[in-house]
Design a protein around this ligand. Sequence first.
Ligand code: SF4
Length: 339
Amino acid sequence: MKTSSPASPSKLFSHLYIEKSIFDHPKTEAIRTKFAASRVVLIDHYKEVFNRPNQSFSAQSQSKKLILAQRGGKFLHEGSQYSDGFDHQQFFYASSVMGCLYDCDYCYLQGLYPSANTVVFVNLEDAFAELLPHLHQDTLVATSYDTDTMAIESLTHQTQEWLLFAREHPRLHLEIRTKSANIKGLKHALPSERVTLAWTLSPQYIIDRYEHATPSLEKRLAAIREAISIGWKVRICIDPVIYTDTFDLIYPDLIDTIFSTVDPDSIEHLTLGSFRLSQSHLRSLKKLRRSDVAFYPYTVYNEMATYPETVESHILETLLAKATHYLPAQRIRTWQRQS
Ligand code: SF4
């Protein structure tokens, strides 16, 4: 499938649904102004229009709804075995959006939320209140969880809210993970030593085949160079690596392409990790979509589906050998199954 970058977020949604309880929330009002011409529907609870069984996540052509809601439960989730907490004392994900404007075949969200719609929780102040008791020690929060927050930043401005909150709390570190090429929202914010922008990069072949509606590799690299030039800390993530017959060609070539255009000394880390998914999410993925990425003969280890050990070792050894041409090993992080 040909990959193309999405239109402006506000043009992607045919309807705006708003929970009655947050209709007057300032964030709701700010988002509503961007949908002046759209149909607004008041609802009691976001579940009335999200996660209904007949909604298809993969139907890019189907009209999508944006739902503004109040999160009643927890915003924060403890870091899992699938991710790197970068040695911070505490590591949380913040879940303030459900659903993603992008459409990656391998995304666990398809198993989690079989819905084409997106829910934005507008009461981010409650996430900050939940976090406050933890901030007596070094704490990492990954703000882009269950979504790509930068892809929808021009609508929500949630990243900007996180940056302002982090300025006031010196033990808070943020990781903002993205595939977006749009960093407009960061241009007027102050870069911080405690904030890392983490770009997921893949070979263009993988982007075309599996990362639908995401920006091209070239556009992501341009965004990385721009972010570095205005002072942001950047991490490059070749993670997840999707193993195909062309792996030995396209992934080492990706590393050469990256460092032909990005100064290796200007990035904080390179992270490498092969595809992994909980077994239950993989089962859902198989039911929802006929992508070959779901049907690879993975091995299951501690409830986690990942490549057989020989393939995983080959992936990491190949990429490490190439990456150490550019970076010292201490600045390369790898995700590996725990034995
Ligand atoms: S960008 Fe991330 S969250 Fe969005 S669909 Fe792709 S893998 Fe999922």
